[in-house]
Design a protein around this ligand. Structure first.
Ligand code: HEC
Ligand code: HEC
Length: 245
């Protein structure tokens, strides 16, 4: 973990006090979410400071890379281009221990990155990053029977929440899954199905509980191959984030 810089960390401890002031503006409620601190609501409504977001992101980049692209081997998910509402919910869940992530847990704590304002800043920064044009894909290309089977499974079971093109739904906290790495999604899908990801949407759990391991691979193969709109992609897979020159 040598590559993680602690410079921004110190700075953000001082911003915690400021951010707490924002907690009063809690308005929305989240059906399947316990948000005891009200932090998530607060972060959702604060005006983001992108420069600060870039500084906070330095901590995250140690694992998710400066481009926010994660890794094809599935260890770290791509964050670039994810809806900020989804990012906030996942971060708040990891922070509160509702979603197990021992590797990242210490880096998600207010002591490491700051309070609601830092959350709002970093997710606004991440959501604007261009996505990886070369995400990790499953084994079956378009034109194979396996691809078609996965497509059918997707249309029958996933479209109503994740959308026709895997674009998700920010208002409902349904993640964008187009462009995400195959191996990462496979693990998440299995954890959600088997109840290991405790923050999962109970309706998704119900929808996929009878999926076999084979069907799971087929549907995730399809998702990993849904094209991302060109305007959301980086110009090439060799693109480097200029903010981190
Ligand atoms: C030490 C490594 C590490 C650091 C540092 C780290 N993360 Fe993560 N992060 C992970 C891992 C590993 C996962 C996937 C966990 C899993 O498989 O469930 C993850 C998952 C996530 C997710 C969930 C993504 C999704 O698609 O549901 C978000 C959001 C996230 N990280 C944001 C951040 C932010 C923001 C920071 C910086 C403040 C950060 N991470 C720092 C390792 C790290
Ligand atoms: C009832 C709505 C719903 C349905 C149906 C549904 N999902 Fe989900 N899915 C969600 C929500 C909500 C999450 C985020 C869970 C959370 O809050 O942590 C999610 C998370 C995921 C993730 C993890 C994403 C990440 O970034 O960590 C994958 C992969 C996924 N869904 C794939 C699928 C596939 C494939 C199907 C169909 C077989 C499906 N989902 C059906 C709502 C749904």
């Amino acid at each position: 973990m040598n590559e993680i810089s602690w410079k921004p960390v110190k700075r953000f401890i001082t911003s915690v006090a400021l951010a707490t002031a924002g907690l009063a503006f809690s308005t929305t409620s989240f059906a399947w979410l316990e948000d005891q601190s009200g932090e998530l609501d607060a972060a959702m409504h604060l005006k983001p400071d992108l420069e600060n977001g870039r500084d906070v992101f330095e901590v995250c980049a140690g694992c998710h890379l400066t481009e926010g692209w994660g890794k094809k081997d599935g260890t770290f998910p791509q964050l670039a281009g994810q809806h900020k509402e989804v990012l906030i919910k996942q971060l708040a869940d990891i922070r509160a221990g509702n979603r197990d992530n021992p590797t990242m847990y210490p880096f998600a704590q207010p002591e490491a990155i700051g309070g609601a304002q830092a959350l709002a800043d970093v997710v606004a920064y991440i959501a604007k990053l261009p996505m990886n044009p070369d995400n990790g894909k499953g084994p079956w290309p378009e034109g194979t029977p396996e691809f078609e089977k996965g497509k059918k499974l997707y249309e029958d079971n996933c479209v109503k929440c994740h959308g026709k093109h895997g674009e998700g739904n920010a208002k409902k906290f349904y993640p964008r899954i187009q462009g995400q790495h195959y191996l990462y999604m496979l693990r998440q899908f299995e954890w959600i199905r088997d109840g290991k990801r405790r923050n999962a949407n109970p309706e998704m759990v119900k929808q996929i509980k009878n999926f076999t391991d084979e069907q799971e691979k087929l549907v995730i193969n399809y998702v990993s191959r849904i094209p991302v709109p060109k305007e959301d992609l980086a110009p090439s897979k060799d693109w480097l984030n200029p903010d981190f020159d």
